[in-house]
Design a protein around this ligand. Structure first.
Ligand code: NAG
Ligand code: NAG
Ligand code: NAG
Ligand code: NAG
Ligand code: NAG
Ligand code: NAG
Ligand code: NAG
Ligand code: NAG
Length: 413
């Protein structure tokens, strides 16, 4: 018995050593942030590393895509791929931008030096269901009372795979079996026993693979739009939106202010349009029995419309100033109070010749000594999503006329 003991110890050590190797190398795992890429959209693949100095290579169908090490990343096609280091969770990301049909393939990540372990994932794009085919095709069809009859509904290729729902009139039918002759196609079979009361009723099937258009991607001035944009009043505002599906769904929008729901274009955007824009993609799905179903998907964008300062509206006491002239009695104090409109809000300053310190704010007090001109200057800084900046400025001179006390006395006396 004793003789066997050392053997056991040796085995244990060997086992232990193997475990150590396995845990330092770790299996790389390639994951993606979406199940399917959206055509013209982006998809990000993440390859994890436990060890920050593992060097990883990304490949597509065995062709080099990019490589990363603790010193940085490089890539084969700088406009197609973005390869970066990810700290949490530790690893590297490759983003495939503007996904095209031929970007679909088998993507892998592997340790660049030992060329293993390899983890891979088939990446392809989402496809909206476009049609369903119902058999028998005869319409209307004759059936024999109390005899089971099979109906079949075949979906067009769709990713993710479509679900099929059957209706008799508006009633949902459930005695259904589903199968998949190929990966992206669904066949649903209904076994239905008709009764006399079903005479002239319609059976139809409906296929759905989610919310119709699966994702909308919009571009503003050529760049992918984010959830908020800033534009200048008076500019053209147009979005170039796309969604997967062939033919492509139609687009419309709703927004504050006036304007048609399509095309997605405003010749001269103004402040009345500012706020939440909703962009709607609509696919007209044609199932059996000519009952079209609209599948829609929408996204939102917050549009900020910036504009330089408008001419202010000012009052002295309770009376509005018209034609920028104020009359006051010598020695009295006048208080001018203005309201402003600009986006973003303006910085305002008041100046009077001979008074060295300009003041800021909404109102200005002046002890009237002689005829003079008060100048109100409003300035704002506009920053737009396209990276442009503009300074807005408006200057409003207010002429102060002096009324003579004597004149007033003689007029009133
Ligand atoms: C990657 O993640 C998998 C599962 O989450 C894990 O088993 C593996 O050890 C990780 N690999 C590395 C190198 O961190
Ligand atoms: C890498 O991709 C993951 C998953 O999409 C994401 O959460 C993470 O922010 C990305 N890392 C970087 C540095 O962009
Ligand atoms: C990826 O797709 C190819 C071709 O469709 C298939 O042969 C392969 O088994 C798939 N690989 C994985 C990991 O799903
Ligand atoms: C249809 O359903 C009936 C009973 O309702 C059954 O007898 C028949 O075998 C079914 N037909 C098929 C093809 O499954
Ligand atoms: C299809 O039906 C299953 C089960 O009801 C559901 O989990 C799935 O989300 C549906 N898929 C689609 C694309 O609607
Ligand atoms: C803003 O645009 C709408 C519709 O385009 C128009 O009716 C309205 O008069 C415009 N307002 C201003 C202040 O320009
Ligand atoms: C689907 O949308 C189109 C275009 O907006 C419309 O003409 C049609 O009536 C809609 N059909 C249904 C069933 O809502
Ligand atoms: C100016 O007018 C606004 C509103 O009309 C008022 O809220 C504000 O208190 C006034 N400022 C002064 C200094 O009178």
């Amino acid at each position: 018995m004793r003789d066997y003991t050392p053997v056991k110890v040796v085995r244990w050590k060997v086992l232990h050593l193997l475990l150590t190797i396995a845990s330092t190398q770790g299996a790389l795992v390639l994951t993606s942030d979406q199940q399917f890429a959206q055509l013209r959209g982006d998809i990000t693949l993440t390859c994890n590393t436990s060890d920050s100095n593992t060097s990883v290579q990304f490949e597509k169908d065995k062709n080099y895509v990019g490589r990363c090490s603790s010193f940085g990343c490089e890539k084969s096609n700088p406009t197609k791929f973005i390869v970066i280091r990810n700290t949490e969770p530790a690893g590297y990301n490759v983003t495939i931008t503007d996904f095209k049909v031929n970007d679909a393939g088998y993507y892998t990540c592997l340790n660049s030096y030992i060329r293993e372990p390899i983890s891979g994932k088939n990446i392809t794009y989402a496809v909206d269901i476009m049609s369903v085919t119902l058999t028998p095709k005869a319409n209307p069809i004759s059936v024999i009372e109390n005899t089971p009859q099979l109906f079949q509904c075949l979906t067009s290729i769709s990713r993710p795979k479509a679900n099929v729902t059957w209706y008799l009139g508006s009633e949902k039918l459930t005695s259904v079996t589903e199968s998949s002759p190929s990966q992206d196609v669904t066949v649903s079979t209904l076994n239905y026993t008709s009764q006399r009361k079903n005479q002239n009723m319609k059976i139809h099937c409906q296929g759905s693979n989610g919310d119709g258009p699966s994702q909308i991607v919009c571009k503003l001035g050529g760049s992918t739009m984010s959830s908020g944009v800033s534009v200048k009043e008076g500019w053209e505002f147009g979005l170039d939106c796309s969604s997967d599906g062939n033919p492509s769904p139609s687009f419309s929008w709703t927004h504050p202010g006036d304007g048609p729901s399509n095309p997605l274009f405003i010749r001269s955007i103004n402040r009345t349009h500012a706020g939440r824009f909703t962009i709607i993609a609509r696919s007209n799905l044609i199932p059996s029995e000519q009952q079209a179903v609209n599948l829609t998907k929408d996204i939102y964008v917050n549009v900020e419309v910036q504009y330089p300062p408008d001419p202010p509206s000012c009052r002295v006491g309770s009376s509005a100033i018209s034609s920028n002239i104020v009359s006051a009695i010598r020695g009295n104090t006048i208080s001018i109070n203005c309201s402003f409109d600009s986006n973003p809000p303006s910085r305002n300053s008041w100046s009077v010749p001979g008074v060295s310190t300009p003041t800021s704010g909404q109102s200005f007090d002046l002890v009237v000594q002689k005829a003079t001109t008060i100048t109100l200057t409003m300035e704002n800084s506009m920053q737009f999503t396209n990276g442009k900046n503009e300074q807005g400025r408006h200057e409003s001179p207010i002429e102060v006329k002096v009324l003579c006390k004597l004149l007033i006395l003689s007029l009133t006396g």
